[in-house]
Design a protein around this ligand. Structure first.
Ligand code: GLY
Ligand code: MN
Ligand code: MN
Length: 497
């Protein structure tokens, strides 16, 4: 599998759209947000602060980026809404030749008008301008990276106070009569409907990520380390103008294929194993999200085929349901029905709807048996964040909804040990033991990205082989440095002049 390519494989290269968000669209987003505010007041949108250490990467706050497209630190957008009209100002780090030696050229106050269509102000004056605007009281609407009172990730535990929290605290301290309202939610609502330009960038992200998966598939061979595959993928992202990985690349072989968030990516792979690769790029700030699971030796074993076929059938059952007006619950039900039936057929569960005793000492409980192998959700919207917002999560799919479908089956070698060893589970533990042994260490996830169209959907990651035969054919292709593709170069030259 490791030969250099003799021909340019331009035919397999997905079209690059060269999408970009025009200045007028940022302006419409700001206007829509100003209109959506509950009333008049001052809207403050905080950009991300400069990292505390100069060797750390800067990453702009997503909502600030969405409203301005401005990618320098320590900036803020202020919109004053009064009596049906509004005035916007962008506070930016001023030109400073001595500082620019360290962190690069700044747009500066004058550049804000020319490049972003916004009245520019020196970020050093933000505090005094806000003090003046709020001196008579009123409402301050705030958008920023604020800590959560009790995060979903760590129930009951507040996240640490952020730089943005501290900035607001200081304002509250100085203006005790001003009402402060967090309106991040309003921005998220706007982000929930993607524009044509955004969909173009997401398609570009999908194309860059798809190219990386193909490169990875061609390169994989027994004896390689997982990090070599990660490196090939991330090299391909950048080579094609991607900003970099949009999440920690997951390359898990053997037992690591059954670890959902494995991203140590440091194990030598063996021919008789599968490797699950969940890797995708940001492009122009927008994320794709793709997973493929392939046999390290290039050919699926019968057991690997069994699991792979169940997961693929679940995914295609869900995707067949995609059209405007359908709720994501319908997709979920369709995938689950196929997945449960498949697991029962393989002997990994007793019956599609069978349960087991998963109670604890303090509380009785029953859990579906399929959850032993499929313990995550079916998918999520993508956008600026890899886990973004869309009608997918809360309502019916709409034309332009963009999201993943990513069922999986993960057979841990110790699955039986996950089932509490109580009398009620004895028969189940005995019945599934041999199937668990047969499929041990096979973890399969298949993840594609979809855009809802007027009549159905477009699978925008379809360039990555998915059917068993197509995966095996791709893996048999020669590998080598990917040719530089003129259309791609042209596309990212427009985006990143
Ligand atoms: N790669 C993150 C996810 O699949 O949700
Ligand atoms: Mn995903
Ligand atoms: Mn993923």
């Amino acid at each position: 599998m490791r030969f250099f390519r003799a021909v340019l494989l331009t035919a397999c290269v997905a079209p690059f759209l060269g999408a970009q968000v025009p200045q007028s669209e940022y302006q419409s987003r700001r206007a829509a947000l100003a209109t959506a505010l509950p009333g008049d007041g001052v809207l403050l949108v905080l950009g991300a602060p400069e990292p505390v250490e100069n060797y750390l990467n800067f990453w702009q706050s997503q909502n600030f980026r969405y409203l301005t497209g401005f990618l320098e630190p320590n900036a803020a957008l202020v919109i004053v809404r009064r009596g049906g009209s509004s005035r916007a100002m962008l506070f930016v780090p001023p030109k400073d030749p001595a500082q620019e030696v360290w962190t690069g050229e700044r747009l500066g106050v004058d550049g804000a008008r020319a490049q972003l269509g916004l009245e520019g102000r020196d970020a050093g004056t933000l505090r005094t301008v806000l003090d003046s605007l709020l001196s008579g009281g009123g409402t301050l609407y705030a958008v920023g990276d604020f800590s959560r009172g009790g995060g979903a990730d760590v129930p009951g535990q507040a996240t640490p106070r952020t730089v943005h929290d501290q900035f607001l605290d200081a304002i509250k301290g100085r203006h005790r009569t001003v009402k402060v309202a967090d309106v991040n939610e309003l921005v998220m609502r706007l982000r929930g409907r993607k524009s044509t330009a955004e969909l173009g960038l997401i398609r570009d992200a999908a194309a860059v990520s798809a190219a990386a998966h193909r490169e990875a598939m061609r390169a994989i061979e027994p004896g390689m380390n997982e990090f070599e595959i990660q490196a090939i993928a991330e090299y391909t992202f950048r080579r094609n103008g991607g900003d970099g990985p949009s999440y920690g690349s997951i390359v898990g072989s053997g037992s690591n294929s059954t670890v959902l968030h494995y991203n140590r990516d440091d194990r030598f792979m063996r021919a008789d194993e599968v490797v699950t690769m969940d890797m995708a790029a940001y492009y122009g700030g927008y994320s794709a999200d793709i997973t493929r699971t392939v046999p390290v030796g290039g050919t699926f074993s019968p057991a690997q085929r069994d699991i792979y076929s169940v997961v693929l059938a679940a995914q295609t059952a869900a995707e067949r349901q995609i059209r405007p007006g359908v709720s994501s619950a319908v997709l979920n039900d369709s995938a689950l029905a196929v997945l449960k039936t498949g697991l029962a057929r393989l002997g990994l569960i007793e019956a599609p709807d069978a349960t087991y005793d998963c109670g604890t000492a303090g509380r009785a409980g029953r859990c579906p048996q399929y959850r032993l192998y499929y313990m995550h959700g079916l998918g999520h919207p993508i956008g600026l964040d890899v886990h973004d917002v869309d009608a997918y999560t809360s309502g019916a799919l709409a034309e332009g909804s963009v999201f993943t479908i990513e069922p999986g089956v993960y057979v841990r070698a110790n699955t039986v040990d996950i089932i509490p060893n109580v009398a009620a589970n004895a028969a189940l533990r005995a019945r599934i033991a041999s199937a668990v042994q047969k499929y041990a260490n096979i973890g399969v996830r298949i993840e594609d990205d979809y855009v809802v169209t007027a009549s159905g959907f477009d699978r925008i990651t379809a360039d990555v082989p998915r059917d068993i035969d197509a995966v095996e054919r791709e893996m048999a292709q020669p590998t080598g440095p990917a040719p530089r593709n003129a259309a791609r170069v042209e596309s990212y030259r427009r985006l990143k002049p």
